[in-house]
Ligand binder design. Structure first.
Ligand code: ADP
Ligand code: MG
Length: 304
């Protein structure tokens, strides 16, 4: 594209909150034939809410909540916010000050993030793990049949289960719901109409991911994928000749945003995601993915 055409297009994009980082990004975007969407916060609203919780050992639920709130206090993951909020609400229901959870939270030591799996930390000397099956596997915490049944049931409802282990024993679970964005299915079918296929990639489990994918009209799902795994997947597809745009919001998505032909950070995501992206979608509306593609296609069609 000519410098003028690029200027016009990027200016037009910017006025709609679609920031295209230069002519190179614009040019690559018009060749895209496959778009990979991250699930949490990209296809879904990204404000997960705890809808169910259960203690599996003799641990009182209130105690479980406090341990979890402490372990998650320093996590930026949307799932962490959901459980911390839940713990706070529960304290209120018990007639306790909602803020003591925050005090306990400050006590979590050796906090560690396990990307695509969860977090760990020490609370009052006890090792607390909060995350998915993979995290439990990593720390060799056995998951019993009762817990598996509980998880399968929520996965069928497109919900995610967060497991909690205390000192190596599975102590409880929180079920979190995060519905798809209202515009998601329309955007996916629009993209299909202009011959762009959509794929979902997520660190979440396959059953939950598939249930959400069905709701938005996506049939190809890569689940239980680590942040680096997402980038690997993209390289595999590129090797088959596909031109890939990756849409994601989180710190975790950066390797994938970089690997893609066009990386799109959505919802003015984290600084890291914005840095890694070729296109920044300021609003978290998925329609802007189509706006970016349309803009590049029109600009490059005109100058040919
Ligand atoms: P996505 O690819 O859907 O954005 P992530 O890669 O961020 O998901 O996380 C994948 C999975 O890892 C989550 O579905 C959850 O099971 C687990 N997980 C990650 N971070 C946390 C956390 N802070 N607390 C609990 N679970 C977590
Ligand atoms: Mg995400």
């Amino acid at each position: 594209a000519t410098p003028t055409a690029v200027m016009v297009a990027t200016g037009k994009g910017a006025s709609q909150g679609v920031l295209i980082k230069g002519g190179d990004a614009l040019e690559k975007a018009h060749k895209v034939n496959t778009i990979i969407f991250d699930k949490t916060g990209t296809l879904t609203v990204g404000k997960p809410v705890v809808v169910n919780s259960k203690a599996f050992s003799n641990v009182p639920l209130q105690y479980l909540c406090e341990m979890v709130a402490a372990a998650e206090a320093n996590s930026e993951h949307p799932l962490a916010k959901a459980v911390v909020d839940h713990a706070r609400k529960l304290r209120q229901q018990y007639g306790l000050s909602p803020d003591r959870g925050a005090e306990a939270a400050a006590a979590a030591d050796d906090f560690e993030v396990h990307p695509g799996a969860g977090v760990s930390g020490r609370v009052n000397g006890k090792l607390v793990l909060v995350g998915n099956r993979r995290l439990m596997l990593k720390f060799q915490v056995p998951i019993g049949g009762e817990v598996e049944d509980y998880m399968l049931e929520s996965e069928r409802r497109a919900q995610t289960t967060i497991l909690v282990a205390i000192d190596g024993t599975l102590a409880g679970a929180f079920t979190v719901a995060d519905p798809p964005k209202p515009e998601a299915d329309l955007v996916i079918s629009y993209l299909k109409s202009i011959n762009i296929s959509s794929i979902m990639v997520t660190g979440d489990n396959l059953a939950t991911a598939t249930a959400i994918a069905e709701q938005v009209g996506i049939t190809t799902v890569f689940a239980e994928t680590s942040p680096l795994g997402k980038a690997e997947k993209i390289k595999e597809l590129q090797a088959k000749g596909l031109v890939i745009a990756m849409v994601g919001d989180g710190v975790n998505d950066s390797p994938a945003l970089v690997a893609a032909d066009v990386g799109m950070a959505i919802g003015a995501g984290t600084d890291v995601a914005i840095e890694a992206a070729d296109v920044v979608l300021m609003k978290s509306n998925l329609e802007d993915v189509a706006t970016a593609i349309d803009l590049s296609r029109k600009t490059l069609a005109r100058i040919r």
